[in-house]
Design a protein around this ligand. Structure first.
Ligand SMILES: [Zn+2]
Length: 128
């Protein structure tokens, strides 16, 4: 993989000190927001294994076939809201921007996350 200086999740941190710990290491994201950011980074890096591993089995759809889709160029992530509902449930609202065939798109989603045995999982989301 190409060496990245800045993490694709938009944190402003170096990739190695940010989402790489979750995507390539054994650490699990400590919060729903960190997981959401790392999943965005995984989309930009076409890391399908990570996306599936952090997707709750009850709602997961596999395989994603990211490589077969029309390639989207992810251009930015903005986390609008991170709401911890109780110890093991959280929602994250975000706007992700991307381009397909040069056309700009915007995905505004409110995602639900659940923590099981100390690990956060993406459950599902409502698209605005
Ligand atoms: Zn990151």
């Amino acid at each position: 993989m190409a060496k990245l200086t800045e993490c694709p999740c938009g944190s402003g941190q170096p990739y190695a000190a940010c989402c790489a710990r979750y995507l390539e290491g054994n650490e699990s994201a400590p919060t729903a927001e960190a997981l959401m950011r790392s999943r965005y980074a995984a989309y930009t890096l076409l890391n399908e294994d990570y996306l599936l591993a952090t997707w709750h089995p009850s709602t997961r759809s596999a395989p994603l076939g990211l490589a077969q889709e029309i390639p989207a160029k992810w251009t930015g992530l903005e986390v609008k809201r991170h709401e911890q509902q109780d110890a093991d449930h959280a929602i994250v609202e975000f706007v992700a921007r991307y381009k397909v065939n040069g056309r700009a798109h915007r995905l505004h989603e409110v995602s639900r996350f659940v923590r099981e045995e100390g690990r956060w999982f993406y459950v599902n989301g409502e698209v605005d």
